[in-house]
Ligand binder design. Structure first.
Ligand SMILES: C[S@@+](CC[C@H](N)C(=O)[O-])C[C@H]1O[C@@H](n2cnc3c(N)ncnc32)[C@H](O)[C@@H]1O
Length: 388
């Protein structure tokens, strides 16, 4: 079988994301032409051709990884797993001079160690090559030519080619970060969940390394999220179509003439220094206003506008100080952000109560392992203090 058939015969594509962002990712996939879209937990399945696979990598802001299923079989023990992998013809995909890596993901009562299942499949591949050609491809976990995912759900084993390589949240503009940076994918997802219209001001008064304002500026100026990446894994595939990818890379992404104010500030001069550097790396220096300021001293533009922020959650702060911080945040929202919608992401539900405003909406999201709430407050004239 040709490699071409592996990637073109079946139109199935799988995109991975963070929990809570599945619907947003599904709408992104729809907008680039994905068909038969189905969402699961942290995953969106859809159909499309090679062009769509490239586009999903280059254009989706909320995808972590785009995978291409290519082989499926059933296994309930390690021998069946080995057999299922050995029976597949690996020649179109791998050769003696190509490197590969296998990552296992398990959700099965029949297997209990993802590292071990990956090892079993690696052995099957090596044995097949040894038997057929005498020369086997070697494993490179850091920078392989071909990265394979093995998912086992019950007794269903699915092998998928990883077309992204490094996780897509690594856009490429962020070399340095301040404390507890937000994933670029989560930042973009929150901005999209907020329904920001890209015309009114967007403010992050605790911006740390600047991820929220930088992602907002990319969204508003229509900069593809993959624009800064040095490479994608599909560029090492034997069927890589450079012309097709160039067409997507150099595509028409019209920038609006006028951008709204997109601002980030932080008390830490170190954080703002890093945020400025990141904005420079993203060629967005003139599109994001970054300054050193405590939120108490901010003079934001008149509403309507959107405030999105990710305050400290309290891992390194005394509880009393944290409550005070959230309570000041609530006061600042009421006094200075009339007419805004404010979206606050925090894992600390206790501290969130000290904002003292009536939440209009709560969305569960995960920041790494931390279960968070993204809470929306609408700041009408004279917002009432209701919650204690
Ligand atoms: C969790 S970090 C934000 C991370 C950021 N979203 C990123 O991606 O890098 C919280 C930030 O709040 C800032 N901060 C804490 N108290 C503040 C205050 N009163 N005014 C402004 N910033 C504050 C801290 O310096 C820290 O950078």
């Amino acid at each position: 079988m040709e490699f071409y058939n592996l990637t073109e015969n079946s139109p199935q594509i799988t995109a991975k994301t963070l929990r809570g962002l599945e619907e947003i990712l599904a709408s992104e996939i729809r907008s680039i032409g994905g068909r038969n879209i189905k969402t699961g937990t942290r995953v969106v399945h859809f159909e499309g051709d090679r062009e769509l696979l490239y586009k999903a990598n280059f254009l989706s802001r909320t995808a972590l990884r785009i995978l291409k299923p290519f082989h499926e079989f059933k296994a309930r023990d390690e021998n069946e797993l080995y057999r299922g992998a050995y029976d597949f013809d690996w020649a179109p995909l791998l050769s003696g001079d190509r490197t590969f890596a296998i990552d296992g993901v398990l959700n099965s009562p029949y297997f209990n160690h993802s590292g071990y299942i990956a090892l079993k499949v690696k052995d099957a591949i090596a044995d097949q090559f040894r038997a057929k050609t005498g020369k086997r491809p070697s494993v490179d976990t850091e920078n392989p030519d071909i990265r394979i995912n093995l998912h086992i759900s019950g007794d269903k084993c699915t092998m998928l080619l990883d077309s992204s390589g490094e996780s897509l949240h690594r856009r490429g503009y962020r070399e340095e970060t301040h404390k507890a940076p937000l994933s670029e994918v989560l930042a973009a997802g929150i901005i999209m969940l907020s329904g920001w219209d890209r015309r009114s001001p967007l403010v992050d008064p605790m911006c740390g390394s600047g991820t929220i304002p930088i992602e907002a500026a990319m969204i508003a100026s229509n900069v593809p999220p993959g624009f800064y990446r040095k490479n994608f894994a599909f560029q090492k595939w034997p069927d890589y179509d450079d012309l097709l990818f160039r067409k997507i890379y150099e595509g028409d992404y019209p920038q609006p003439k006028d951008l709204p104010l997109i601002a980030g500030s932080d008390t830490s001069s170190h954080a703002v220094g890093i945020a400025r550097k990141n904005a420079r790396n993203a060629f967005l220096t003139r599109k994001v206003a970054l300054r050193i300021s405590s939120m108490e001293n901010l003079e934001p533009p008149e509403g309507p506008g959107v405030l999105i922020t990710n305050p400290p959650y309290g891992e390194r702060i005394r509880p009393d100080n944290l409550r005070a911080l959230y309570s000041v945040l609530g006061d600042v929202l009421k006094k200075k952000f009339t007419g805004y919608s404010a979206w606050i992401l925090s894992s600390n539900r206790e501290a969130l109560k000290f904002v003292g405003l009536r939440p209009e909406k709560k969305i569960v999201l995960f920041n790494g392992p931390l279960e968070c709430r993204l809470v929306k407050y609408s700041l009408y004239e004279g917002s009432k203090k209701t919650v204690k």
